[in-house]
Ligand binder design. Structure first.
Ligand SMILES: C[S@@+](CC[C@H](N)C(=O)[O-])C[C@H]1O[C@@H](n2cnc3c(N)ncnc32)[C@H](O)[C@@H]1O
Length: 288
């Protein structure tokens, strides 16, 4: 059976097997099982680009091109982020760090939960002069160093976090940003308006509106949003969402242990580097 990404989903009968933890709704899974099942899944995946992209290694180049264009636009904002230091979250073997972030930042750190992937990243990147720290941790347990990063890049990983952990993680990322810093979220989204659960890798794919609401609940506002172009048909739509803290840093420090709940209405106040219409004409339109 083919899923939304065109990926063959094997063994769908596991849904019917009460002995198999995968049969439980991913969303309702207890946290422990949710994270352990994902870790188990990734421990069986080869430490290759194809492994990182579910057999779609061939889209890596287009993905990186889209990210390059997006980041260049962020650097052209009226209040651009700096280029001193970036953090790659859920980095896998360091595909994004190697082919993208290291070309733009003087120092790049990465965080990834699978030790084998971190080791592979170390082997290929440790000698790079701009490479910084390799953290091996789940994002649900990870808090970036305070006031350290110009850009925090989270790609194809946030579906592995429960909503409350995602909000807490983003909250930690806000404190990890330097002045003018930006958190970029690049994720699959559903078009059905519903959550898609993947029992195979223990993840969820969220509708764009849900992702945007969680982003706002974390205390972030959306500065730019663009759909990745030129991916093959049949894949989930992928959006790049650049977010900034919606309050002064001092306000977050006071709220450090509590979730910041903002209005749930999704507002995309595109920051101007281009006339608004020019940007939005190609930013939110469907391309397939
Ligand atoms: C689809 S791969 C994407 C890897 C990388 N972002 C890329 O685009 O090449 C998902 C990655 O997220 C990692 N991951 C899964 N759950 C995670 C978690 N809770 N915390 C951190 N990383 C996680 C997996 O081990 C895997 O390396």
């Amino acid at each position: 059976m083919e899923d939304d990404r065109g990926v063959i989903v094997e063994n769908m009968s596991s849904w019917d097997d009460p002995e198999n933890s995968n049969c439980m709704s991913v969303e309702k899974k207890e946290k422990g099982a949710f994270y352990e099942d994902a870790a188990q899944y990734w421990s069986r995946i080869p430490a290759t680009v194809d492994g990182m992209l579910g057999g779609y290694g061939f889209i890596s180049k287009v993905d990186i091109q889209g990210s390059n264009l997006f980041l260049k636009r962020l650097f052209r904002l009226k209040v651009p982020p700096g280029n001193a230091r970036a953090l790659d979250c859920g980095a896998g073997i360091g595909r994004i760090t190697e082919h993208f972030l290291l070309n733009h930042f003087q120092k790049v750190d990465l965080v990834e939960q699978n030790p084998a992937f971190v080791n592979q990243a170390r082997t290929s990147l440790e000698s790079h002069k701009n490479m910084g720290n390799f953290y091996c941790a789940g994002l649900q347990d990870f808090t970036p160093e305070p006031a350290t990063y110009d850009v925090i890049w989270c790609q194809w990983v946030l579906g592995h976090l429960k909503d409350d952990d995602l909000i807490a993680f983003l909250h930690g990322c806000i404190l990890g940003l330097k002045d003018n810093g930006i958190i970029v979220i690049k994720e699959n989204t559903t078009t059905s308006g519903k959550l898609d659960e993947d029992p195979t890798d223990s993840s969820v794919t969220r509708p764009l509106e849900v992702l945007n609401t969680l982003i706002q609940q974390a205390g972030l506002r959306i500065a730019k949003q663009k759909r990745q172009e030129n991916f093959p048909r049949g894949l989930y739509p992928v959006y790049m969402i650049a977010t900034r803290p919606s309050m002064e840093r001092s306000a977050y420090m006071k709220n450090v242990d509590s979730t910041i709940t903002l209005p749930t209405e999704t507002r995309i106040a595109d920051e101007g580097d281009l006339p608004h219409n020019e940007w939005s004409a190609n930013s939110l339109s469907e391309c397939d």
